[in-house]
Ligand binder design. Sequence first.
Ligand SMILES: NC(=O)C1=CN([C@@H]2O[C@H](COP(=O)(O)OP(=O)(O)OC[C@H]3O[C@@H](n4cnc5c(N)ncnc54)[C@H](OP(=O)(O)O)[C@@H]3O)[C@@H](O)[C@H]2O)C=CC1
Ligand SMILES: CCCCCC(=O)/C=C/[C@H]1[C@H](O)CC(=O)[C@@H]1CCCCCCC(=O)O
Length: 329
Amino acid sequence: MVTAKVWVLKKHFEGFPKTSDFELKQIELPNLKDGEVLLESVFLSVDPYMRPYSRRDMKEGDIMIGTQVARIVESKNPVFKEGVFVVARGGWRTHFISDGKDLQLLPSGWPESLPKSLALGTIGMPGLTAYFGLLKVCKIKPGDTVLVNAAAGAVGSVVGQLAKIGGCKVVGSAGSDDKVAYLKKINFDEAFNYKTVQSLDEALRKASPDGYDCFFDNVGGEFATAAIKQMKKYGRIAICGAISQYNESLPQKGPYVQVPMLFKELQMEGFIVTRWDSHREEGLKALLKWVVEGKVKYCEHVTEGFMNMPMAFIGMLKGENIGKAVVKV
Ligand SMILES: NC(=O)C1=CN([C@@H]2O[C@H](COP(=O)(O)OP(=O)(O)OC[C@H]3O[C@@H](n4cnc5c(N)ncnc54)[C@H](OP(=O)(O)O)[C@@H]3O)[C@@H](O)[C@H]2O)C=CC1
Ligand SMILES: CCCCCC(=O)/C=C/[C@H]1[C@H](O)CC(=O)[C@@H]1CCCCCCC(=O)O
């Protein structure tokens, strides 16, 4: 008999999540039935979507949603051998049972020396978000100037690097001087700290006086309002996320986008990365290759200990992470 530790949503988040909104519980797992596997989480992901999706999909008392890299410790499923690592949607649990249907093997050719946690970040869902958002929504081409916010995070840091590979000029904004230094290190052409600049309008103009062809928006709100004004004619805007709004209790008010969009004849498209699930393998293969070749660098913000899941999640929402925020069990 295995006892799993699980984190439960004790109370729906009101405004910014608090540690008291979570509760740690223990669950006895039953013996495996034929076709099932027992998994042990090795790395768990903490992601922005957990904040809005908890309200949409969960009720109080449910185990927190989420993905992990997990190791199969016992198997009664011929497809999954013991010792194999997979990406799973197991929620915030140390151990869990699966029938194998939604388990994903790491991409083939994954070098032993590469951290498996990257399957939650640069070579996982956030990396794919950058890849498909840039190629299919922004439709980048060489010579474009691309702007990305939350640029030092899991998605943003890949957006900037892929745009450079695609022959673009890249401008990033992030919330600390350390993050700005990191962006310069990974080849961003221009980067600024949106929390300390005198004026967002000026910082955006200085970074690209001619304006922007593409804007990959992870943040929304005030930043997006400023950025839209500085798009070039026929510019493309990919709405990837709106993290500045996830913890707001009251809806933000305008300014509204219609007038600048009309004058500049802009395109704005929201997307959810799962739209390209049928091309997932292609995306992961490309990301793995670039990482192995050193063309895409990665950084991870690793919190040690399953006990610290809520702190890791809250820390990510506060902006403590450079690169992907993960928890090592
Ligand atoms: N459409 C899709 O399919 C997907 C969308 N997303 C979205 O992409 C975005 C980035 O996700 P991800 O890369 O995983 O997360 P990050 O690794 O970028 O971590 C979140 C970052 O957001 C920034 N942030 C937090 N609060 C605010 C705020 N109020 N204003 C501005 N920035 C803030 C912080 O960086 P800083 O210090 O720079 O403020 C923080 O580090 C999110 O909006 C997420 O929902 C992610 C995956 C898939
Ligand atoms: C207003 C909310 C916008 C959120 C944008 C975002 O971050 C979306 C992320 C999803 C991405 O498209 C693919 C995913 O894996 C993210 C959502 C996953 C939800 C899974 C919930 C179920 C579970 O884990 O059991």
